[in-house]
Design a protein around this ligand. Structure first.
Ligand code: NAP
Length: 301
């Protein structure tokens, strides 16, 4: 009888001490009845970085590690160490999941589908009249210009949203918008500076506001990417990618203005479940995974 396969999984990034991924993946292993472990591999960005990345990725190549997640700040850096990318990772220019396929190290990005899955869960929880999926033209305003903003923009475009991308460094949002528009051969993404004046100049209704900045993330919980000088867009649904705290300052502000809002806890679980499926071929219960992380529940209206 052959020995049961052991799934050695893990996460590279820095710093990692507050990561919820070990709990999520340990729950996924238990739920799917697989043997394995999920370890943290913190790699500081010092002069040994390239060496350390090569060494840990060689562990995957040799089959001693079955799968790795990648987080801040290496979602882009890691790409030069890989043999190939899935279409989604290629289009977003960011990798959060690495696996071995026919002896080749492949990078994938499950943030895109994880975001879309949880966005649909959010829409499903709304009364019919507030569900934007029935609108012919859907407009989203996304804040930020890092790896998460890239994933969100690609996801929204895939679902036929028109996207305005606002960032405090407009040159960074210009790069994202240019890349997507070039790829699609159209003008689906418009880039603006994250300022009251530029937001006020938006001519169409905003149906969805997505925060893909890190403003408001623990420990900086009193921050928000929004402005004191103006309300959130009227009737907008608010999706904050931040999951720690479970109810961010932005989500609280949305609730005060009687808007439906959610934080990114659901996305965190969905992107983890999708990575787990890639490594093991098994679909864990996302509800069971969610229960493994003790965190204040997502916001609502
Ligand atoms: P990142 O690459 O470090 O980018 C952070 C972005 O936030 C940058 O565009 C930065 O602008 C902007 N920013 C920071 N503080 C700001 C402020 N006060 N006002 C306006 N913009 C501000 O990080 P990331 O990977 O994109 O992640 C962003 C957030 O999404 C993090 O909180 C992360 O935890 C969350 N996230 C959640 C999930 C999930 O599963 N729920 C998945 C991925 C990411 P500058 O370039 O000007 O500094």
């Amino acid at each position: 009888m052959s020995a049961k396969k052991f799934y050695s999984l893990g996460l590279i990034g820095y710093p990692l001490e507050h990561s919820l991924s070990p709990k999520l993946h340990t729950a996924a292993l238990a739920d799917t009845n697989l043997d394995g472990e999920y370890k943290l591999y913190p790699i500081p960005a010092d002069k040994y970085l390239e060496d350390r990345l090569s060494k840990i990725l060689d562990e995957v190549k040799q089959g001693r590690i079955v799968g790795l997640n990648v987080t801040i700040p290496y979602k882009t850096t890691v790409i030069t160490h890989l043999d190939g990318l899935t279409d989604t990772a290629d289009q977003t220019g960011a990798v959060n999941t690495i696996f071995l396929d026919q002896n080749k190290l492949i990078g994938d990005n499950t943030d895109v589908s994880g975001f879309l899955k949880d966005l649909n869960n959010f829409f499903n929880s709304l009364p019919d009249e507030s569900d934007p999926r029935c609108l012919e033209q859907r407009n989203a305003l996304t804040l930020g210009s890092g790896g998460a903003a890239r994933a969100v923009v690609y996801g929204l475009i895939r679902e036929n949203w028109q996207v305005t991308l606002a960032a405090r460094k407009v040159e960074k949002s210009n790069v994202i918008a240019h890349r997507v528009n070039q790829f699609l051969g159209g003008w689906a993404v418009k880039s603006i500076k994250l300022s009251v004046e530029e937001i006020n100049s938006i001519q169409h209704p905003v149906h969805l506001l997505v925060n893909a900045t890190s403003a408001g993330m623990w420990p900086d919980v009193n921050s928000s990417p929004w402005f004191n000088e103006r309300d959130l867009p009227a009737n907008a649904l608010v999706y904050d990618l931040i999951y720690n705290p479970g109810v961010t300052r932005l989500v609280k502000l949305a609730n005060q203005q009687n808007l439906y809002a959610t934080s990114g806890l659901g996305m965190l679980v969905e992107q983890a479940a999708l990575a787990f499926e890639k490594w093991t071929g098994k679909s864990p219960s996302t509800e069971f995974m969610r229960q493994s992380i003790e965190i204040e529940k997502r916001g609502s209206k």
